[in-house]
Write a protein that binds this ligand. Structure first.
Ligand code: ADP
Ligand code: ZN
Ligand code: ZN
Length: 762
């Protein structure tokens, strides 16, 4: 290792926001951004985060007065690629390296207690059975079941394993290990990474034994199309990208699995990103069944300690013990060396975009940078690719994205036909129910046929809003500029709730505007649809799948398992229904009130609603029996509905691109959004105006246009005022803005600023 930097900028958790201090590095420790170091501040011990190394000191600092760092606490930076990646993201997102580091590192990383672990060499804890101690002997009755199974596992594995493997892949808590240590059943010792003993252990197969425990699910024999996809991936140059465009059920996941297996076989790691882990437990299950303890999870369903453990396992991964990470957005920053492959499943999904806090990054862009820097290949998978990725496939040259298709479902199962129910017609014929006659007929026969249905309702709760019958006043949230949603509970009747700030209240007996006592609920939520279904079809067993019924860890999984086990005939749910579920008995996918999805005033509204509807359609007919999609709408002629019926998504992309080209919209131009938030409405408005005046000269002279400042579409949320400034400029041109810190300087206290360099919603 080269000697470390002479000076270090270090962030310390002093005060509410923390502060950056400059320290000396007299020992020449090889430190870099992301490392945690031990040091003293005003005589007290701290752990600080290295933000940057400096070779030259700013003139105002006196080198003789700087305190030294005392040692490394935890190393985070694995290679120069990783740090360069963070700097690139910081620059792209117009924010500091420090903020980017904070987003990249696991939550709780900075609050850790110092460990007894010295020197810059990383240690790994090896857990060994104590020779001579007998786990099955008479004293074993004193063991807990977890302790018993840990000992059995160690015996199966030749008596030893890395502690990190036991606590992450095998999910033993440290207290189980420590308990056994106290009883003398096993012992734990540190092995310096890279030491001779470490290498001998690796060679002796401690790693290999870790990786092959249990029975693994064998790969499927790939179809011709899948084989072609794998060949195309292998032919993609390192650092390049490939779009795997396959209809739902065409075997994309199997391609990811086999591509990961190839990476592992070469001693390299793979990173698999998925929009949401809670919603698609099946994806994680399939990866675990295939790769067992080589899998590292990283998502918000894990505790802070588990996330830190996952981070450490990534640091420890090497050619002898490569890993497959399965995680959500922020997993794109995990510190992996020897990275061969990045998979972005459902690459079009908007949850890859972080809106707040800064950096407002898109995991797809970060993954592109990362693949390029580390020579990995990027595999983007989708049934409904984003316009951006599809456009990248049209380009030629070395940076272009390659394209390979999986045109058919596995087993040549047909894609389900789409039937549109014109709700205007239903109304004209005197049927004013939420559930149309054609849908009712299908649901009536469902149970006797042993089939299942999913029904999408865009909103949760009982009804969308409550209004006064006399004056039309809609009951609003006291903290936000939105209507309150009606929820119904068996015990306490109807009550109101805000879906933006979670405010809850009872229904007032009288209208606040006119004093009338008559209210009427409008718009149907999941609860109301369930109620109607149960009233009209008594035999039908219905389950609800939305944020209210899936709270808590494993909530999604529990409901999906109930449904998969046939405990219900119909699953009524919100958008989350459309994601990833693969259930062979589902033959019907229905959408009530598709109109709720179609009419959002947003650049990407058509694209996103068509993606959602096609994804939902993909849930039907995945098994032996043919499926059908049924869409209820008042606008059967809407372009999105027409493209849904045609099933020609590519045609939609062509038209959408043409519309944007003619209007000069993104991606034919570039947009950036400055968002201001503050408790005081007037202070926020003034700050927005002042900021606009301040940046106007630079923005205009760069040939950009400024729209606003204006209040955000929903101006008040959770009692805070929101203003925005939209900047529009030529595509590919840099943001015409001073550095973030300078922008912030002129803002009054209490007004926050976020810069989004490429907002998804405009
Ligand atoms: P997608 O990710 O495109 O929705 P999946 O990979 O989940 O598709 O495949 C759909 C179904 O087909 C799954 O049940 C999967 O196990 C099965 N499958 C995938 N590839 C094969 C194959 N080569 N042979 C047999 N079955 C397969
Ligand atoms: Zn009224
Ligand atoms: Zn609210």
């Amino acid at each position: 290792m080269p000697p470390g930097p002479t000076w270090l900028q270090i962030w310390l958790e002093a005060g509410r926001e923390g502060r950056i201090f400059t320290y000396a590095n007299p020992l020449g420790l090889p430190l870099a951004s992301g490392d945690l170091v031990r040091l003293k501040l005003r005589g007290r011990r701290h752990v600080g985060l290295v933000v940057e190394g400096l070779e030259r000191l700013p003139p105002e600092l006196d080198p003789d007065r700087l305190q030294p760092v005392e040692g490394l606490h935890q190393s985070a930076a694995v290679d120069p690629h990783w740090r360069a990646l963070l700097s690139e993201v910081a620059a792209d997102c117009h924010t500091s390296l420090f903020k980017t580091l904070k987003t990249a590192l696991p939550p709780g990383w900075l609050g850790q207690r110092p460990e007894r672990q010295g020197g810059p060499a990383r240690n790994r804890w090896l857990v060994e059975l104590t020779p001579g101690a007998d786990a099955t002997g008479p004293s074993s009755s004193a063991l807990t079941p977890r302790q018993q199974s840990l000992l059995e596992l160690l015996e199966q594995r030749g008596g030893r394993a890395w502690l990190s493997t036991l606590t992450t892949a095998e999910r033993f808590s440290r207290s189980v290990v420590e308990g056994l240590e106290r009883q003398g059943q096993l012992r734990r010792r540190a092995v310096a990474a890279g030491s001779a003993e470490f290498m001998t252990l690796q060679a002796a197969g401690v790693a290999a034994v870790d990786g092959t425990a249990g029975t693994l699910e064998p790969p499927q024999a790939p179809s011709a199309a899948q084989r072609q996809a794998l060949e195309r991936l292998a032919a993609t140059p390192p650092g390049g990208a490939l779009l795997l465009w396959g209809v739902t059920g065409s075997g994309k996941t199997e391609v990811y699995l086999q591509a990961c297996a190839l990476a592992l076989a070469e001693g390299q790691s793979a990173l698999v990103l998925t929009p949401e882990i809670g919603l698609v437990p099946q994806l994680l299950d399939r990866f675990k069944a295939r790769f067992a303890s080589s899998i590292v999870e990283y998502h918000s369903g894990l505790s802070e300690a588990q996330r830190i453990a996952s981070w450490r396992r990534c640091l420890e991964a090497d050619r002898a013990q490569p890993v497959v990470v399965v995680g959500t957005r922020s997993a794109v920053f995990l510190p992996l060396r020897d990275l061969a492959l990045i998979v972005l499943d459902e690459e079009h999904d908007s949850s890859y975009k972080q809106d707040a806090p800064m950096p407002c990054y898109h995991a797809r862009d970060v993954a592109r940078h990362r693949a390029r820097r580390s020579g990995a290949r990027l595999l983007l998978g989708s049934a409904t690719p984003s316009l951006e990725t599809w456009l990248a496939c049209q380009q030629s040259g070395p940076g272009a994205t390659a394209l390979v298709r999986l045109p058919e479902r596995i087993g040549q199962r047909p894609l389900p036909p789409v039937r549109v129910v014109d709700m205007r017609q239903e109304l004209a014929e005197g049927h004013r129910r939420l559930i149309s006659r054609p849908l009712m007929e299908r649901l009536e026969r469902l149970r006797e046929q042993g089939e299942q249905a999913v029904v999408l309702v865009p909103r949760r709760g009982y009804s969308s809003f409550l209004s006064c019958r006399s004056c039309g006043e809609v009951v609003q949230c006291p903290h936000c500029d939105v209507a309150l949603t009606v929820h119904r509970s068996v015990r306490s009747g109807d009550w109101l709730r805000c879906h933006w700030c979670d405010h809850r209240q009872d229904i007032e007996p009288r209208c606040g505007a006119c004093g009338s006592t008559a209210f009427k609920p409008f718009g149907a939520g999941t609860q109301r649809v369930m109620e109607q279904l149960s009233n009209e079809l008594e035999d039908l067993r219905v389950l609800r799948f939305d944020r209210d019924t899936t709270r808590g860890q494993g909530g999604h999984r529990r409901l999906l398992e109930q449904f998969a086990a046939g405990e219900a005939d119909v699953l009524v749910g919100t958008q989350m229904l459309a994601k990833g579920m693969d259930l062979p008995a589902v033959t019907l996918a229905a959408v009530l009130a598709a109109d709720g999805l179609l009419h959002r005033p947003d650049l990407r509204s058509s694209e996103q609603s068509l993606q959602l509807l096609l994804q939902l359609a993909g849930r039907a007919g995945r098994g032996e029996r043919a499926g059908e999609v049924l869409v209820q709408t008042y606008c059967p002629d809407h372009a999105v509905i027409r493209h849904l019926v045609d099933g020609r998504y590519e045609r939609f992309l062509e038209q959408e691109l043409e519309i944007r080209r003619q209007a000069g919209l993104v991606p034919f131009s570039r947009a950036a959004l400055l968002r201001l938030v503050g408790v005081s409405a007037s202070a926020t408005a003034t700050a927005a105006t002042t900021l606009a005046e301040r940046i106007a000269p630079q923005v205009l002279s760069a040939g950009w246009v400024m729209v606003g400042p204006a209040p955000a579409p929903i101006t008040r949320v959770a009692g805070r005022s929101r203003w925005q400034l939209l900047l529009h400029g030529p595509s590919g041109s840099p943001l015409p803005l001073p550095p973030e810190a300078e922008l912030r300087q002129g803002l009054p206290k209490g007004v926050g600023l976020a810069i989004d360099p490429d907002p998804l919603e405009l």
